[in-house]
Design a protein around this ligand. Structure first.
Ligand code: FMN
Ligand code: SF4
Ligand code: SF4
Length: 277
């Protein structure tokens, strides 16, 4: 990874070096900023130098790997509008029988791909599942996974929910995915605990971006945990080899409109240190 500098524009202010999270930019009064030899691999292509350069003199070079937005238009929403938007988000468990079109899903993903990730690794591989047949297979495999778990341990956490879920399934009702038209999986490589967090953040961004397009979502922890312990379910979710499902979310157009914001606890905060005005 590297950066490309335009010496014509650079005023040698040193901000790029100051903001670099891994201190891999060197700059002094006699030199333009540069990545010293041996530090190329340290650069994570996070683009922080590019983002804060006041002269537009430095570009983070990801080797064409990432597709950029260069425009930094001020956000056109106020803090108050964002506050209300976030508070209006709700989990949706009732969906219209209507698909979200592919263009809208791509727009949502185009926002979600900007979610932060540890070390800027961007480890998420997205999977979008659409259609009754595919989702019905997922539900079937999830029930199988629970049956297996309960058979092995009758005290299993799934013991209480298996019976109503299975009974409903046999009646043609889907209590797991609520007959949703789409499922999104933010799958992640198996090895690092940071990837689990990255998956949560990526889907949080997906959820909010989806809501901004009028699309409702609901986290599905059940599919996540079951798929990581039952291979046929992992396969039904099309999780690539060497990956695990990470977080799973249902999405589609909500059947009902949100009318009120239910109350939540006040923020439980311990303040350490004095805030000087
Ligand atoms: C789980 C997680 C852990 C992180 N830990 C650190 C950290 O310890 N120190 C730090 O400077 N930045 C940390 N970051 C910030 C990332 O380095 C940053 O999000 C990444 O470089 C991508 O840049 P972006 O946030 O501009 O997309 C962390 C981010 C995530 C998601
Ligand atoms: S922040 Fe921009 S202008 Fe300042 S030293 Fe770095 S590249 Fe040059
Ligand atoms: S892209 Fe990020 S890690 Fe690389 S030099 Fe710029 S600020 Fe540092």
């Amino acid at each position: 990874m590297s950066v490309i500098l335009d010496p014509e524009k650079c005023n040698n202010c040193g901000i790029c070096a100051d903001v670099c999270p891994v201190s891999c930019i060197a700059v002094d009064k006699d030199t333009y900023p540069y990545i010293p030899e041996g530090f190329e691999e340290t650069c994570t292509s996070c683009g922080q130098c590019e983002a804060f350069c006041p002269k537009g003199a430095i570009i983070c070079d990801s080797g064409g790997k990432y597709s950029p937005y260069t425009n930094i238009d001020a956000p056109d929403i106020t803090a108050g509008q964002l506050h209300r938007f976030l508070l209006n988000r709700r989990p949706f468990r009732n969906y219209k029988k209507k698909n979200v079109d592919r263009e809208t899903i791509e727009k949502i993903l185009d926002t979600a791909r900007y979610a932060p990730s540890a070390g800027n690794e961007q480890p998420v591989k997205w999977i979008i599942v659409t259609g009754e047949e595919a989702i019905s297979e997922i539900v079937e495999k999830a029930i199988e996974a629970m049956e297996k778990a309960v058979k092995k341990d009758p005290e299993s956490e799934y013991a209480a929910i298996l019976r109503p879920i299975k009974a409903a399934y046999l009646r043609g009702e889907d209590l797991i995915c609520k007959s949703v038209p789409h499922i999104v999986i933010a799958s992640i490589p198996e090895e690092s605990p940071y990837y689990d967090i990255d998956s949560v953040i990526a889907l949080s961004w997906f959820e909010l971006a989806a809501y901004s397009h009028g699309v409702g979502t609901c986290w599905c922890g059940l599919l996540q945990t079951l798929s990581n312990c039952y291979e046929p379910l992992r396969k039904a979710l099309a999780v690539p080899d060497g990956y695990k499902s990470g977080c799973v979310m249902m999405f589609g157009y909500g059947k009902y409109r949100v009318r009120h914001i239910p109350p939540r606890e006040m923020a439980d905060v311990k303040w350490l240190g004095e805030i000087q005005e």
